[in-house]
Design a protein around this ligand. Structure first.
Ligand SMILES: C[S@@+](CC[C@H](N)C(=O)[O-])C[C@H]1O[C@@H](n2cnc3c(N)ncnc32)[C@H](O)[C@@H]1O
Length: 422
């Protein structure tokens, strides 16, 4: 009989549409972890609040062992939300699973990244995929604000935009070291009305991104307000009509703030652990924050002026975030780097940088600027899909299909080449 009711998963445009598809994904996973012959699947259920499929796992006798959680948009199995294979095994063998939980907690190692300063042209969803896991110590970025600026907006639908952001946030989670911070500068956007008979629409992007961060395995830490001078918001045109007419209901606040939202990759490690276990005590001491730091969550900073990028944020903002959320020597990633403000601040503060942007015009801005930055060892820099600025002998990784580049391999290759040349 023909089905005329649209499934929830169809309405949401999920990649995993049916119970059969969810089961197939889990079956393949069970083969990979060698538990295919000893487990049975319960009935998969879609959880459209969080865009997940939940698939119960049972033993042959029907007793519940755990569940597998699938990202309905991407088909990925979410390790943080899925019962761990070793726990499943312990339950099947009726072993004491608390020992396994304890063993997992044993002696975490402090991971020092070997990444070098990197500039990459390409879609950060692709470039992130090729980075080694847990190779970045801080992410600070300001993503495209949906269709706020037509120069770089590529999304027809808001859902499409959120999906892209989810991919970046998810892949960033893999490359970020455990317990380290992802700081994002974001604000609501105003979609201008197409005609006089329509109203303009304001979209609360930060709140939708917040939900994605939580779903993708980050803890919420802080909502910092970047406060600009009063004159800064009038360019948006908001509040002008009310200022003239003063009719109630027409009131619109002139926006002079943006959010700087702080998330931490979920972990059982206390922040203290990172400070105590850092192997270079001198770097820890040199990274101490000096007097005059921001004591509240309201940071008064003037917007950037004079940048060739239409949406650059001020270097002062990047300096504060980098100083407060990383040690000297750490690797700071900006997956939406624009003119490279994060790179300029990071190098000045003795941190390494990894900068990605998909627009060749903006990567060109970074290439022009990088020669003026401090502490940059050009002979050991990494360039992806763009020409090195100096020295000219550094090899160029010129691939149109960036997903084929393995950043870890190319790093090693580049170390060898650079060392061979000197
Ligand atoms: C708000 S701007 C960042 C400005 C930057 N903070 C600065 O100070 O110059 C966002 C940037 O994201 C880039 N972008 C948009 N989608 C991208 C993607 N999928 N991958 C990499 N970069 C992207 C745009 O080209 C734009 O330069």
């Amino acid at each position: 009989m023909a089905r005329n009711r649209e499934l929830v998963s169809e309405k949401r445009n999920y990649l995993v549409l049916t119970v059969a598809q969810a089961k197939e994904i889990v079956d393949n996973w069970l083969v990979e972890i060698d538990l295919a012959n000893v487990t049975k699947l319960g009935l998969p259920e879609v959880d459209d609040r969080y865009h997940l499929w939940r698939v119960p796992l049972c033993a042959e006798n029907g007793s519940k062992l755990g569940e597998v959680v699938i990202d309905a948009y991407t088909t990925e199995i979410l390790p943080a939300k899925t019962t761990k294979p070793e726990i499943l095994t312990a339950r099947l063998l009726k072993q004491d699973e608390t020992k396994i939980v304890e063993a997992r907690k044993e002696k975490p190692q402090y991971k020092l990244s070997t990444l070098r300063n990197t500039i990459g042209l390409g879609d950060s969803v692709e470039l992130l995929q090729d980075m080694p896991a847990e190779s970045v110590d801080l992410i600070f970025t300001s993503p495209p604000y949906f269709n706020a600026r037509p120069e770089y907006s590529e999304f027809e639908e808001y859902e499409q935009y959120l999906f892209k952001m989810r991919q970046v946030i998810k892949r960033s989670h893999r490359v970020l070291n455990e317990g380290r911070f992802f700081v994002i500068n974001i604000a609501p956007v105003l979609l201008r009305r197409a005609s006089r008979s329509e109203s303009s629409r304001r979209i609360a992007v930060p709140f939708d991104l917040h939900r994605i961060f939580i779903e993708e395995g980050y803890d919420f830490i802080d909502d910092i307000i970047w406060l600009k001078p009063e004159g800064a918001g009038w360019a948006t045109g908001r509040g002008r009509r009310f200022a003239a007419d003063r009719n109630p209901l027409q009131y619109k606040a002139v926006p002079v703030t943006e959010y700087v939202l702080v998330y931490r990759k979920q972990t059982d490690l206390l922040i203290d652990w990172h400070i105590r276990h850092h192997p270079d005590r001198e770097l820890v001491a040199a990274s101490r924050v000096v007097d005059g730091y921001e004591k509240t969550n309201v940071w008064k900073i003037n917007p950037a002026t004079g940048s060739k990028h239409p949406a650059a944020f001020p270097k002062e903002l990047a300096e504060k975030v980098i100083t407060y959320y990383s040690f000297k020597g750490d690797v700071v990633l900006d997956p939406f780097a624009g003119s490279g403000t994060v790179g300029a601040a990071a190098s000045e503060l003795g941190r390494r940088f990894v900068l990605f942007d998909s627009n060749p015009v903006y990567v060109e801005l970074i290439r022009e600027a990088v020669v003026t930055w401090e502490n940059v060892n050009f002979s050991a820099m990494m360039w992806i899909n763009c020409k090195p600025v100096s020295p000219p002998s550094i090899p160029i990784l010129n691939s149109l299909n960036t997903s084929k580049i393995d950043l870890a391999d190319t790093l090693d290759a580049q170390i060898e080449l650079t060392e061979g040349e000197s």
